[in-house]
Design a protein around this ligand. Structure first.
Ligand code: 6PG
Length: 252
């Protein structure tokens, strides 16, 4: 796929609206899934919460896309989760289940859910960390290398559940942590930045005029969580609608 812009922060795809963003990102997923399955026999995909990623999931479940992805070889993970049961309105798992999982044939064994319902968020994080080490055959301090890790971005620059000034943002050893988010007065479960930056491909999905200012700050190098996403040995892509890219200069 040919990006609109190639910048120091990665490839930028600017689309007319969220529908076109979702289709463009959908083609990106189809391409990566085929390549990953051909190379390793599976496609490890880490999902994000948020309304913009949700639009992509619905698109992947649509007749135009769902038969183009080898679902039996796809393994789904979550890059973050709210500390709620999987049937809760705020659950990222529930969102993905409604938008995608319930509409495609993917083996239950390939769905690796973060246990938001666990009354001890720290235990839930440790369990997921152990699952990652098993599924990625990790030894020592190695980190899982996702074939594709999807991210959204909040209007204050958070990504996954790595919020500005939150403790998890500076965690460099752990893979998954429980993170108390002051502004939400709530615990979250989240990948740490080292896991995000270990991925082979990372793609942000960002839409809406409300994100234009924070996008321009991230691309200007402001010290925001989303600006810390710089895959150490992988590719970074940004899928925007025109509104969210409204303040991006070509010199970015
Ligand atoms: C979450 C997400 C979060 C989300 C951003 C963007 O669990 O809320 O992981 O990081 O991606 O807040 O969300 P929107 O696309 O809805 O603006």
């Amino acid at each position: 796929m040919t990006p609109t812009l190639s910048t120091s922060r990665g490839d930028v795809y600017i689309t007319a609206d969220i529908e076109e963003l979702s289709h463009k990102a959908g083609e990106f997923v189809v391409e990566l899934a085929a390549r990953s399955v051909q190379q390793s026999g599976r496609f490890t995909l880490s999902l994000s919460g948020g309304s913009t990623p949700k639009s992509l999931y619905s698109t992947l479940a649509s007749p135009q896309f769902r038969d183009r992805i080898p679902w039996s070889s796809v393994h789904l993970f979550w890059g973050d989760e709210r500390c709620v049961p999987p049937d809760h309105a705020q659950s990222n798992y529930r969102m993905v289940n409604e938008a995608l999982i319930s509409k495609v044939t993917i083996p239950a064994a390939n769905i690796h859910r973060l246990e938001g319902e666990n009354s001890d968020p720290k235990k839930a994080a440790e369990k997921y960390e152990a699952l990652l080490k098993e599924l990625f055959h990790l030894q020592g301090a190695r980190r899982p290398r996702f074939d594709l890790l999807l991210l959204g971005m909040g209007d204050e620059g958070h990504t996954a559940s790595l919020f500005p000034d939150s403790a998890a943002l500076t965690e460099l050893q752990r893979l998954v942590v429980a993170n108390y988010v002051d502004k939400l007065h709530a615990w979250r479960l989240t990948f740490t930045m080292p896991v995000i930056n270990a991925a082979a491909e990372v793609a942000f999905l960002i839409a809406g005029a409300g994100k234009a200012e924070i996008v321009s700050q991230v691309f200007a190098g402001a010290p925001l969580p989303a600006a810390q996403v710089q895959p150490s040995n992988g590719q970074l892509s940004w899928f925007f609608d025109r509104a969210a890219a409204g303040k991006l200069s070509a010199a970015s």
